[in-house]
Structures are given as C-alpha cells and as structure tokens.
Design a protein around this ligand. Structure first.
Ligand code: PEP
Length: 252
C-alpha cells in the first residue's frame, strides 16, 4: 500500500553495551538528521536497560526507540520483567512481541503474545507482533496456514493501524543469511493483508506489514519493493550505522 509510511525497525537483541550503543546511536541520529523529506520512519529496539541511555541520542535524529518484549501485566510480582507502562515511561513508543526467539526460548504461545500486544496498547505503545513459519513448516507446505493461525491468534481485537505493526519473519531466515524469494514474500504479505483487511476493515488495510529475516543493504530494495511490504525488521544489520542506514535509505 503505497500510502503507508514505511518503518525500518532495528532489533539489537542482547547486543550492544553502553559505549558502543551510544556511538552507533549517535552515528545513526546524525545520518538520519541529514535525510531531508525522507519517507521512512526509523526505530531502534535496544536491550531494555539501554533505553534510557540511548533515548536522547536517537531522538536527535528523530529515531524512535522501542523495546524487545514486555510483560502482560501492568505491575506486580514478576521478577526480572518490565511492563509496557514502564517502557512507555522510559520513552519507548514501540515494543516487539512474539519474536520467534522468545516463542522458542521462552515457549511463548499465541495467547501470551496477544496478551502482551494488549498490554502494549493499554500503555499507549505500538505493538510489533511477529509471526513466521519454521523451515520444516515451509518444507511441508504449511507456511501460509501457520502464519494465518499466528496472525489471528496473536493480533488482539483492539488492533488498529496506529497501534499495531505485523512483522513476517520466517524463523529459518533469521540470522542465517537465507531469505525467501520475493514471490514467497509477496504471497505471504498478500495473505496477511487480506486477512487483516477482512478482520479490521480500513484499519487492517492501513496496518504496516514488515518483512524480517536477514535483511541487509544488498537485498533491502528488492524486499521493500514487494507489494504489501511496508518496511523491515532488521536484526544483525541494525547493530551499526554503517550496515543499518543503507537499509533505511532503500526504504525512501
Ligand atoms: C530479527 O531477529 O528480527 C531478525 C530479522 O534478525 P536478522 O536480521 O539478523 O535475520
């Protein structure tokens, strides 16, 4: 959907200390500030502990800051967790929920992901809801069914274009250097768009759909040129300004 403003989001995962984070955030901000009239919105999701450290540096380049996960509850006895309200209070505008690493490592179900997305909405954050099939599921021809199921179970009732982004991230493409064909991405994104439009009407037609999985400067333009791809969720290539900013540029 050409009228949807693209979003290029970086997921730093459990990488980047204070010093290196500040250096890279500063470089990204300086380069972003020079982009006059640029189309793409930029977001960096560092480890939660670095959010207060990097917030102002990124803001200097109008780069938004987000988190990689949140708890479903607003507060309480949940040792080691952060609520969506706390993330909003720290300056986050977005939170990733249901990343496949958390679905695999923490056993997060679609219901748990949906509860986290609802928590994000409650706190005024935009939820970036991740979905994606495994390599075995794609080989068995189940990719579309798996993603359709995740989509309907993980995206909550109150989802709208302003508070929800969906990221299609094939598990087998994350951190591997493998990417689906543009035809496969097009097929998946068309399916997601059709389902979201059916469920959420105009809001579903306006929701951003990101592609994620081994996006880099070399393949970004082709992936971002696919119909219904409204941006990218970038892992490894978001860790440095040198690798990340050409992807931002490819989005316009
Ligand atoms: C991710 O973890 O969301 C991701 C897309 O990682 P990478 O770009 O490194 O494949």
């Amino acid at each position: 959907m050409s009228e949807i403003r693209p979003l290029i989001a970086g997921n730093w995962k459990m990488n980047g200390g204070r010093r290196e984070g500040l250096k890279q955030a500063g470089q990204m901000a300086r380069q972003a500030a020079r982009r006059k009239g640029a189309a793409a919105e930029i977001l960096i999701c560092p480890p939660a502990i670095l959010v207060p450290v990097l917030r102002d540096a990124l803001a200097a380049g109008a780069i938004a800051i987000g988190a990689q996960d949140c708890h479903a509850a607003a507060a309480g006895a949940h040792t080691g967790e952060q609520s969506a309200e706390m993330l909003a209070d720290a300056g986050c505008s977005h939170v990733i929920v249901g990343h496949s690493e958390r679905r695999a490592d923490q056993g997060e179900s679609d219901a748990a992901v949906r509860a986290k997305a609802e928590a994000a909405h409650r706190a005024g954050l935009t939820a970036i809801v991740c979905v994606g099939e495994t390599r075995a599921e794609r080989r068995r021809g189940q990719a579309l069914d798996v993603v359709a199921r995740q989509l309907s179970r993980s995206v909550p009732k109150g989802a709208a274009a302003a508070n929800t982004v969906v990221a299609y991230e094939p598990v087998w493409a994350i951190g591997t250097g493998l990417v689906p064909t543009v035809d496969d991405v097009a097929e998946m994104h068309a399916m997601m768009r059709a389902r979201l439009a059916r469920r959420f009407r105009a809001e579903g037609r306006g929701m951003r759909l990101l592609y994620g999985g081994s996006v880099n400067a070399g393949n970004a333009a082709a992936l971002l040129g696919v119909a219904h791809v409204n941006g990218a969720l970038v892992g490894g290539a978001s860790l440095t300004a040198k690798a990340f900013m050409p992807i931002v540029k490819a989005a316009g």
